[in-house]
Design a protein around this ligand. Structure first.
Ligand code: NAD
Ligand code: IPM
Ligand code: MN
Length: 356
């Protein structure tokens, strides 16, 4: 039968609680749909850093390169500066494996409520397509005259034609598969005078190739306001690395909880493994109690199966999540319930096994 090789990296904090539930549901899907998952477990985390001075071994990326996909929990823990932990593990994976698309669905699920008054599932259903390898997240810059009154820091933003065009193309292609066929661009070309006008220029250029797609664009500040006041305007929203990051916490928040939000870090050409992880982080404030919501992780597992060509299994997980939420299945506190992380994982695994 078909075998998919998965590198499993739970990471820090609640990643260690959500990943086992993700695997539980993936296992149920594999059994039901007749494929095998060959799992390689990596315990790389901030604890590894404390012991070895590195977030992952020197050949860590080579080890991951052998897998078909990477299933990650969260990275970052108090005591290790975030820029050390994230740039020692998560960001190098995204960049080395050219996972230039970060695909982040924002969907108000039936049976859950938005913090926005009078909004239902038909009002909030869009994707954030985030550029994931360049932009504001650059390693170009530095600190000059450290510790002196002349001290200053710079950080360059890098927008390549190749990088901008490919994320925009992905957004337009995605919109073509959706009923509303609309792409919104997140910009800030009123305040940022080189990169953002360039972004707008490339967006207008790309739009010419897709006459059937409606487009609009907003500066990031008012776009955040529109996410709250008019979430129904959006279908596919394309943004730079930083703007996409911000919008992909705001979107799930207006859709109810970042605890259910999944993400896919995709190398569409499949030259390298892609990585699937929830949008949320390690949640130090609730870690260790097994009260976090595992649905973001489980849904990320569904996105992984879809990427691996297991569309039926991916759909079954999605249906299980939808039915579970719509029919009042056990839910964690972020969704107003009292259930534990494992209760939700078990219920969803059972639903997948029993033919959701
Ligand atoms: P966070 O997403 O970890 O937590 C923000 C808030 O949301 C917290 O109150 C938390 O309890 C809650 N929350 C998050 N996930 C939840 C879930 N599944 N169920 C219920 N509640 C949930 O963001 P943060 O506090 O800014 O970051 C904590 C650490 O995680 C930092 O080190 C940060 O850099 C890192 N981080 C990592 C990733 C990643 O690995 N992709 C993403 C975001 C943040
Ligand atoms: C995310 C996270 C990361 C990002 C951080 C932890 C570096 O916020 O995956 O959204 O900014 O990409
Ligand atoms: Mn983020």
């Amino acid at each position: 039968s078909r075998t998919h090789r998965i590198a499993v990296v739970p990471g820090d904090g609640i990643g260690k609680e959500t990943v086992p539930e993700g695997l539980r549901v993936l296992d149920a899907a594999a059994r039901r749909f007749g494929f095998d998952l060959q799992l390689d477990h990596y315990d790389w985390s901030c604890e590894t850093y404390a012991q070895t001075g590195r977030m992952m071994p020197e050949d860590g990326l080579d080890q991951l390169a052998k897998s078909d996909s990477i299933f990650l929990g969260a990275v970052g823990w108090p005591g290790v500066p975030d820029h050390i932990s994230l740039w020692g593990l998560l960001i190098p994976i995204r960049r080395s494996f050219d996972q230039y698309i970060s695909l982040r669905p924002c969907k108000l699920m039936p049976g859950t409520t938005s913090p926005l008054a009078n909004r239902g599932p038909k009002d909030i259903d869009f994707y954030v397509v985030r550029e994931n390898t360049e932009g504001e997240y650059s390693s170009s810059g530095g600190r000059m005259f450290p510790g002196t009154p002349r001290e200053f820091v710079t950080q360059d933003s890098v927008f390549t034609r190749h990088g901008v065009d490919r994320v925009m193309k992905y957004a337009f292609e995605l919109a073509q598969t959706r009923p509303r066929k609309k792409v919104t661009s997140a910009t800030k070309s009123n305040g940022i005078t080189f990169t953002m006008p360039y972004w707008d220029e490339r967006f207008a250029e790309m739009a010419k190739n897709y006459p059937g797609i409606t487009t609009d664009q907003f500066h990031i500040d008012i776009l955040c306001a529109h996410f709250v006041q008019h979430p129904d305007w959006f279908d596919v929203v394309v943004g730079s690395n930083l703007f996409g990051d911000i919008l992909s916490d705001l979107g799930p928040a207006v859709a109810g909880s970042i605890g259910i939000a999944p993400s896919a870090n995709i190398n569409p050409e499949k030259v390298y493994p892609s990585m699937f992880e929830p949008v949320h982080g390690s949640a130090p404030d609730i870690a260790g109690k097994f009260i976090c919501n595992p649905i973001g992780q489980i849904w990320s597992g569904a996105m992984m199966l879809e990427h691996l060509g297991e569309k039926d299994a991916a759909d079954a997980i999605l249906r299980a999540i939808e039915t579970h939420l719509a029919e009042g299945g056990p839910r964690t506190r972020d969704l107003g319930g009292q259930a534990g992380t494992e209760d939700v994982g078990r219920a969803l695994a059972e639903a997948v096994a029993n033919g959701a």
